[in-house]
Design a binder for this molecule. Structure first.
Ligand code: APR
Ligand code: PHB
Length: 389
């Protein structure tokens, strides 16, 4: 088999890249280790920056998001028993779109299927080869035999645990990592959200987040210890703990109901540099992970895709390699901006095991400054709605 670009990974990075390239007449094959149902069952964050929304429109995959997504003009920071609104639109002129990543993925898969472009699911042992040359190829196992796809470029969109980053010689890669000493226990439930906008709460018992997927579906999280077990958290115990961490007005008005998803996610910051090795490009979670505080994961994947798409389009359509050669530097600049922001929001909002009451007071003083200083609120809002590409 032969194609122009092999995309490893059918998550949002790989799918969005595939749609944008298709629009420019560039052919791709997508390979994924798992099946479509598994991909569509993954629950992830749900806040899209305007840049991400624009790329989904450019990819022709925005119709349902534009119908069903919830544009949000602000969010709340709750601490010391009170709510403080950050007026995203008033401070930056921009807003965010609340629309689940699972839905984004479903919309992109539907577009790809409608066009007849090839996706190979349940491909085992996917391996990039010869990417130090201009004739790379990818091999994989499927239905008992080994297959080979020759190509011009390989896009490694296969997430943190994927094969692409692992194929790069260790000495060619520099990695940076911070692991946080807690996780997020999250639930999805068909109950109306406690507020029209998201609430990020700092509380001496730990962080809490009230998010949503629609007017009738809520996504709630509480900070928990890393050794907590999901089985130990009944819905009642979860809601009791969530209520304790919220200002009284929300705790009292919260509608509760059975959850249909409950899981614990660890929090980490991770970056691998550079993001290009010859004909192999790392994109999205394959190159970097951010903690979910601030919802930057999918949005960063989208900006990587934007830079790589521009590079490949200029090369194929205008025979210019300038943008492609700048991919790693351009992508990493924005990556570090978002890594810094998610790290700082994580540090500000969570209870750290050895920070003590002093740490709590310092966080509350910083939050108080943030919500009362227009320049500090603007800096927060600019980062939340997304730094420019
Ligand atoms: N071979 C082939 N496919 C693989 C392999 C492999 N060895 N390893 C992983 N994959 C596939 C996974 O099955 C998954 O479908 O690659 C895809 C990677 O998708 P994501 O993990 O969703 O990564 P990405 O597309 O970069 O999306 C970034 O997702 O995790 C969130 O916070 C993150 O929101 C961000 C977004
Ligand atoms: C979510 O809706 O799942 C979500 C929202 C905002 C975040 C993280 C997760 O910062």
């Amino acid at each position: 088999m032969r194609t122009q670009v092999v995309i490893i990974g059918s998550g949002p990075s790989g799918l969005l890249l595939g749609e944008l390239l298709k629009g420019a007449g560039i052919e791709t094959i997508i390979l994924d280790r798992v099946g479509k149902d598994y991909i569509l069952g993954r629950v992830r964050a749900g806040v899209l920056e305007e840049g991400t929304v624009g790329l989904l429109r450019e990819a022709g995959a925005a119709a349902r998001m534009d119908r069903e997504g919830l544009p949000h003009d602000g969010f709340s920071l709750a601490f010391d028993g009170r709510d403080h609104r950050i007026d995203l639109h008033g401070l930056t002129g921009k807003r965010v779109m609340v629309y689940g990543q699972t839905e984004v993925t479903a919309d992109l898969i539907q577009r790809r299927e409608a066009s007849g472009a090839l996706t190979i699911y349940e491909a085992a042992d996917v391996t990039p080869h010869a990417f130090e040359t201009s004739s790379p190829y990818v091999t994989f196992e499927k239905d008992g035999s080994t297959h080979r796809i020759d190509c011009d470029f390989i896009a490694g969109c296969d997430g943190y645990h994927g094969a692409s980053r692992r194929a790069v010689p260790r000495e060619a890669l520099k990695t940076f990592e911070r692991v946080y000493p807690f996780g997020w226990l999250g639930i999805l439930a068909d109950v109306p959200p406690v507020s029209d906008e998201l609430i990020y709460a700092n509380h001496p018992r730990g962080f809490a987040l009230c998010s949503m997927r629609s007017q009738t579906r809520s996504r709630y999280y509480i900070q928990c210890a890393l050794d907590e077990k999901v089985e130990d958290w009944s819905d009642d115990r979860f809601y009791d703990e969530l209520r304790r961490r919220l200002p009284a007005e929300h705790a009292e008005s919260m509608v509760t109901g059975p959850s249909f998803e409950k899981s614990i996610a660890p929090l980490r910051s991770f970056v691998a540099e550079p993001m290009r090795f010859g004909s192999l490009f790392l994109v999205g979670d394959a190159a970097h992970i951010v903690p979910p505080t601030g919802a930057k994961g999918l949005n960063l994947a989208a900006s990587d895709v934007h830079y790589l798409f521009e590079g490949l389009r200029d090369l194929y359509l205008e025979q210019s390699a300038t943008a492609l050669n700048a991919y790693s530097v351009r992508a990493l600049k924005r990556v570090w901006g978002a890594v810094r922001f998610s790290w700082s929001m994580t540090m500000l909002m969570h209870r750290f095991p050895d920070a003590g009451d002093f740490g709590q007071k310092i966080q509350e003083a910083e939050l108080d400054y943030l919500v009362h200083s227009q320049s500090a609120s603007t800096a927060l809002a600019e980062n939340y709605v997304g730094l420019p590409y």
